[in-house]
Design a protein around this ligand. Sequence first.
Ligand code: NDP
Length: 484
Amino acid sequence: MTNDTLFIGQNYIDGAWRDGDTLLETFNPSDLDEQVGRYSKASPADIEQAMDAAHRALPAWRGYNMQARADLLRKVGDLLIERSASIGRLLAREEGKTLPDAIGETIRAAQCFHFYAGEVLRNPGQWHDSMRDGHNIIVSHEPVGVVATITPWNFPIALPAWKLAAALAYGNSVVLKPSSFVPAAAIMLVRLLDEIGVPKGVVNLVLGDGRIAGDIMIDSADALTFTGGTETGRAVLQRSALSMTKVQLELGGKNPLIVLDDADMDLAVSIAANGAWIQTGQRCTGTERFIVGDKVHDEFVERVAKEAKAYRVGHALDADTQIGPVATAPQFRANLEFIASAKAEGADLIAGGCEVECRTRGLYLAPTLFANTRNDMQLNRHESFGPIAAVIKVQDLDEAISVANDCDFALSAGIATQNLRAAEQFRSSSKAGMVMVNAPTAGLEYHVPLGGRAPSGFGPRETGTASAAFFTEMKTAYINHGVI
Ligand code: NDP
């Protein structure tokens, strides 16, 4: 028995919490008999009002005292840490990641606010001499404007946080639309911003179907920051082209981990298992392809399969759970279909591939491993976004890199090797946006750029100082002092 209560969520428009016109409900993927949230979906008129409010709030927020803006962001971070246990619990109930992961994600959200509190004070421009006597030139970075922010379900608070913190730090106003599957944590974040007194209209939150909200938001925004699936990304890019809205897209992956014959096998197995199955494989940077040298192939398959089978799959709130349920029913069905078609293609199922019975009725899937697969199989071409990985055997480093790069996606890629020259050849020839040497393909830090090449990403990178390229616009001013 717990004291968990039904979470009721509303839209936040122009500084006021408002009901919409229809309901949205969420259920605990660890226990489908438990309803977690009930929400009011914003109507198209509500979404338009949210966009208008953000436009109205922009001029004053641009001019808001920079120390006060930094203090406000830092306070959000402080409160997120203070409340990480309760927010994390809600997040774990709605998304299904384990409680330590959910609390850790909330703390990560806090760290993003702390980082961007500092960035408020570090938005330097440039001063240039001019070719013309009596002139000089100033390059400054101005807010991009109203930022439409659309986020997926797998990082329900960290993702809204790193986008919002950066947007606000650089003086932009925001309309946030979180995933319909897991809106609670994003609402908690916006409640916090409301509580500490962010000026009305600077942050707005609308709930509901992304296909409806997306178009309205894109048409009226100055910029769109979007994280989600590649197909959705393509649709929002097309829509953005019509209004010439600036875009930042972070999309899907099919990330490879190369394991060379000289790898430290303990390390290789550990980073492989971590990359593929932790957080139920629901990380855009998770490993889906193991590209393994001929000589260590059999040992690797045996040892990594043992890891897969040893994971304790269970309720997200149980203390001994290592892997929670799949987050959503459509994703669960898609994973089962993915596994069935991999089997039909002739891949050998080595571990998992089936549902897991737990103490509650949830969306439990066993960590799954296929071997004897080829890179041209559909299994290795499409993102599963689940706890499913496949092994491809290769003869040498050149073949491994060529297989790793023979993929539509280019988000993250890793290598396990003790050979510095091999590591450097991989680092320089991988087409992925992020490369990992002797580290899991997943697991990113917030002070450096995040992103991949198309179709895993499009537009300027996010997180760290790199996000200034998206959240600001440059202005070049030529000043003739001779007449002043
Ligand atoms: P989706 O693309 O289905 O949804 C993402 C968001 O877009 C949701 O808020 C959704 O709203 C909204 N949306 C849906 N259709 C449209 C539309 N036509 N216009 C505008 N917005 C729309 O992704 P998932 O939520 O299923 O997330 C999983 C995907 O996200 C995976 O492919 C994963 O790789 C990727 N991802 C990428 C990351 C990266 O940094 N590269 C990080 C994390 C995830 P609604 O919920 O209402 O449908």
